[in-house]
Ligand binder design. Sequence first.
Ligand code: NAD
Length: 258
Amino acid sequence: MTPNRLPRDETDLVVPAPLSGRTAVVTGGSGGIGSAIVRALAGQGASVAVVDTDGRAEAVAEEVGGVPVIADLTEAGAPARIVDRVLARTGSIDMLVNAAGIQVRTPAVDIAAEDWDRLLSVNLTGAYRLVQAATKALAAAGGSIVNIVSLSADRAVAGIVPYGATKAGLVQLTRGLAVELGPLGIRANAVAPGYVTTPMTAAVLDQPEFRDRVLSRIPLGRLAESGDVADVVAFLVSDAARYVTGAVLPVDGGYSIT
Ligand SMILES: NC(=O)c1ccc[n+]([C@@H]2O[C@H](COP(=O)([O-])OP(=O)(O)OC[C@H]3O[C@@H](n4cnc5c(N)ncnc54)[C@H](O)[C@@H]3O)[C@@H](O)[C@H]2O)c1
């Protein structure tokens, strides 16, 4: 096909990156999916604050010229400290991606009290409290929230029932935030990844029987890569998704429809 016109010179080809001039906060930013989100958003021009519990956050932030924030989301002062540090370094928070999460594999009735508390505290309360701390900045920016949930939020998956309960809570929190924060100009959406090989899932996906069973139910015929999830997050925080809020988008190769 012949283009309508030829570029005049090289500068004519340069289009601004869609997220340039904007700041993203990504929790769990050193993890499998979180670090892919950091790279995807930085690749689209965003400044990215990489929030995680240890020094890996520094390495990921350095890779993309971002801001490392070493913090445990379950600690009382952490959300306010994260927001203050990011605002001091970048002046705004336009995007908040809650990707930090933990999983405990055990029959529901056997879970230790401290494991139950920790699951809720990282996967649900941690995300909620950071949203609370960042709402003023997000409203000033006309910003957007993306929470990373899971197919186990609305499917009963034996062995990770308490995890699924925390993700179901996060789905409903996302919808509620969309309703309450929409009038402030803030969108809130969730992404539900299928099976992605990361440190969280390696132990089960490395078992050939488990892996084959999962693969047999995925119409697209492969497990997800972290980048598959990250690109959808980048879409949801972008202007292309400006009229999308309260959505829970599966990124699962079709697993959830089989
Ligand atoms: N891997 C999958 O197949 C899959 C599927 C569905 C949903 N998810 C979700 O995607 C998100 C990312 O998971 P992943 O697979 O990349 O796992 P991961 O273990 O590689 O990453 C999780 C990250 O969260 C961080 N984190 C944990 N507790 C924290 C705390 N208290 N404060 C700050 N950071 C903390 C960890 O240090 C880690 O870097 C999680 O919310 C997970 O539940 C993963």
